[in-house]
Design a protein around this ligand. Structure first.
Ligand SMILES: O=C(CO)COP(=O)(O)O
Length: 221
C-alpha cells in the first residue's frame, strides 16, 4: 500500500507566509525524508513557484479556476501545473464552488495532469464529489475546522461513512479527512477508519515548532 498523504494547507495564515512558510517547507521535506511518509503542502499562491523549486515535497494549490484567456485575478489550472505543483484543493470549505464549477475544476485538473483534492462537508457531498472521479475526496466537517477538536474523535462516523460512500461510487477515488487533526493518534485513527491520509492546517501552520508537530503526526504510521 502506498504511504498515506499528510497534506498541510497554509490557508491565509500570516504564519503561512514568508520566512515562517519556508520553515514549514523545510520541516516537511526533512520529516518526509526521514519517515518515508508523504507530506504535501498547499502554500499561498505567490509562494507556489518558489516552493516547487526549493523543496522536494509535493506542492498543491489551495484553489484553481477552470478558465483560460481574458479573466483577471484567477488561478488557471495550467499555471499551477507550470509552476510545478502536483495538484490542487478544490471546493475548500473556505472557498466553496458550485457543483458545475467543481466538475469543471476536476476536469481542468485532469487535463493539466494535476491531482484533484475535492473538499466536502458531509457524506452525501462526498458521494456526489466521487462521481467526478477526482484523485481525492477530502471530508471536513466545517464546525470542527480550526477548532482543535479532531474529527477522528468528534465524528469518526463521517470518515467511515464517507469512505464507504466514495468507494461505492468510484472505488479508485482516495479519501482524506480533516478538521482538528493534530497528532499521530489522529492520523492513525483516520487510516484505521479507511482514510488514505489527512488534510490539516492550524496545528502545523500555527505551531511554534512545526517540525515537532510533523514528527508527531507521522509517528504511529
Ligand atoms: O480546513 C482544514 C484544512 O484544509 C482543517 O483546518 P484545521 O486543521 O486548522 O482544523
Amino acid at each position: 500500500m502506498s504511504s498515506p498523504l499528510i497534506l498541510v494547507n497554509f490557508k491565509s495564515y500570516r504564519e503561512g507566509a514568508g520566512n515562517s512558510a519556508g520553515q514549514i517547507g523545510s520541516a516537511a521535506e526533512l520529516v518526509m525524508q526521514e519517515s518515508g511518509v508523504t507530506i504535501g503542502v498547499a502554500p499561498q499562491f505567490v509562494e507556489l513557484h518558489p516552493f516547487c523549486r526549493h523543496y522536494e515535497i509535493p506542492v498543491y494549490a489551495q484553489h484553481i479556476d477552470a478558465v483560460e484567456g481574458a479573466f483577471t485575478g484567477r488561478i488557471p489550472a495550467f499555471t499551477v501545473r507550470a509552476a510545478g505543483c502536483v495538484g490542487s484543493l478544490i471546493n475548500h470549505s473556505e472557498r466553496r464552488l458550485t457543483i458545475a464549477e467543481i466538475e469543471a475544476c476536476v476536469e481542468a485538473a485532469k487535463f493539466n495532469h494535476l491531482e484533484s483534492v475535492v473538499c466536502t462537508n458531509n457524506v452525501g457531498v462526498s458521494a456526489a464529489a466521487a462521481a467526478f472521479s477526482p484523485t481525492y475526496v477530502a471530508v471536513e466537517p466545517p464546525e470542527l475546522i480550526g477548532s482543535g477538536i479532531s474529527v477522528t474523535k468528534a465524528n469518526p462516523d463521517i470518515i467511515r461513512n464517507s469512505v464507504a460512500a466514495v468507494k461505492r461510487i468510484s472505488p479508485e477515488v482516495k479519501v482524506l479527512c480533516g478538521a482538528g487533526i493534530q497528532s499521530g493518534e489522529c492520523v492513525k485513527t483516520a487510516v484505521d477508519l479507511g482514510a488514505d491520509g489527512v488534510l490539516l492546517a492550524s496545528s502545523v501552520v500555527k505551531a511554534k515548532d512545526p517540525e515537532e508537530v510533523l514528527r508527531n503526526l507521522v509517528s504511529l504510521l
